[in-house]
Design a binder for this molecule. Structure first.
Ligand code: NAG
Length: 311
C-alpha cells in the first residue's frame, strides 16, 4: 500500500513505436472516431424522429449506439491526445477510470446484443405476445438490469486492480489501460485478479453469447417450420444485420481474451482490441441502416428536415 502512493502515472505505448507510423495511425483513428460519432448520433436522431421506428428493437439499437460511442471515446481519445501532445503518460487515477469505463461499455455492448437477440426471438417465435412481453416497462427493466450488472463487474475489476502495488513506473504495452497489460506491471500477487478476470470475463461474455445462440436456434427452427421462402426471408432479414454485428463483436473478443494462444504477441492483442473498440462501433450504425428501408427513409427525412409527426 505504501508503494502504491509513490506511483502517480504509467506510460502508454500507443499503437506504434515509430513516429511516422504513429502520425499515419493518428489520422486513421481520428477519421474512424469522427465517423463513429457522426454515424451513431445520426442513427439515434433518426430513431427518435420517426414514430415508425419507436419499437423496442430500435430503442435497443439507439442505446447500443450510445454505448458504442462511450466505448470508443473511453479508449481512443486519450490515445489521440497522447500522439498529438507527444506525451506517453497516463495518470494512475486516469488509468483506473479508463479501465472502469472501458469495461462497463464493453460489457454493456455484449449484454445489449443478447437483449436484442431475445427481442428478435419473441418477435419471430411469439409474434402475438410481442407487445405484451416487450412492453415499455419490461424494456426499461432489461436495460436497467444490464447497466447494474455491468457496473458491478467493472467496479469489481477496477477495485481489484486498485489494491495492487506498482513498484516502478512501467510502460503499458497497449493503447489504453486494459486489465491484462496493467497486471503485468504490478509487483504484487495478481492471482485473484487473474482468477476474477477469467470467472467474470467468461460469465459476462459467454452467458450473453449462449443466450444469443439459443435465440437463433429457436428463430431458425421457426423459420424452417413456416416453409414459405418469401416470408422466411423477410423475417430473417431483420435478424441478419444483428447476426453480422454479433459475429464481428464476439469474433474479435474471443480471439483477444479466451484464445489460449494470446501469449503470442502484444500486437495481436492490440489489433483485436482496436477491432472491438474502434471498428465495430463505427460499423454498427451502417450495418443496421444500409439494408433497412425504414431506417433509410428516416435518415433521408432527418437530413432533409422533413419531419413527420404522428397525427
Ligand atoms: C434506450 O431505451 C429506452 C427504452 O427502450 C428508450 O426510452 C431510450 O430513449 C433509449 N435511449 C436512446 C438514447 O435512444
Amino acid at each position: 500500500m505504501e508503494n502504491q502512493s509513490s506511483i502517480s502515472e504509467f506510460f502508454l505505448r500507443g499503437v506504434s513505436e515509430s513516429p511516422e507510423q504513429q502520425q499515419l495511425l493518428f489520422g486513421v483513428f481520428l477519421c474512424m472516431y469522427l465517423v463513429t460519432l457522426t454515424g451513431n448520433v445520426l442513427f439515434i436522431l433518426a430513431v427518435h424522429s420517426d414514430p415508425h421506428l419507436h419499437t423496442p428493437m430500435y430503442f435497443f439499437l439507439a442505446n447500443l449506439s450510445l454505448v458504442d460511442m462511450g466505448l470508443t471515446s473511453s479508449t481512443v481519445t486519450k490515445m489521440l491526445v497522447n500522439v498529438q501532445t507527444q506525451q506517453h503518460t497516463i495518470s494512475y487515477a486516469g488509468c483506473l477510470t479508463q479501465m472502469y469505463f472501458f469495461l462497463m461499455f464493453g460489457d454493456l455492448d455484449s449484454f445489449f446484443l443478447a437483449v436484442m437477440a431475445y427481442d428478435r426471438y419473441v418477435a419471430i417465435c411469439h409474434p402475438l405476445h410481442y407487445s405484451s412481453v416487450m412492453s415499455p416497462r419490461v424494456c426499461a427493466l432489461l436495460l436497467a438490469l444490464c447497466w447494474v450488472l455491468t457496473h458491478i463487474v467493472a467496479l469489481t475489476h477496477t477495485l481489484l486492480v486498485a489494491r495492487l502495488c506498482f513498484c516502478v513506473v512501467g510502460e503499458i504495452a497497449h493503447f489504453f489501460c486494459d486489465i491484462t497489460p496493467v497486471l503485468k506491471l504490478s509487483c504484487s500477487d495478481t492471482h485473484i485478479n487473474e482468477l476474477m478476470l477469467f470467472v467474470l470475463g467468461s460469465t459476462v461474455l459467454v452467458i450473453p453469447f449462449i443466450c444469443i445462440v439459443i435465440s437463433y436456434i429457436h428463430i431458425l427452427s421457426a423459420i424452417l417450420r413456416v416453409r414459405t421462402p418469401a416470408g422466411g426471408g423477410k423475417v430473417f432479414s431483420t435478424c441478419s444485420s444483428h447476426l453480422c454485428v454479433v459475429c464481428v463483436f464476439y469474433g474479435s473478443l474471443f480471439s483477444a481474451y479466451l484464445c489460449p494462444c494470446s501469449v503470442a504477441s502484444e500486437e495481436k492483442d492490440m489489433a483485436a482490441a482496436a477491432m472491438y473498440t474502434v471498428v465495430t462501433p463505427m460499423l454498427n450504425p451502417f450495418i443496421y441502416s444500409l439494408r433497412n428501408k425504414d431506417m433509410k427513409g428516416a435518415l433521408e427525412r432527418l437530413l432533409s428536415h422533413r419531419r413527420i409527426f404522428p397525427s
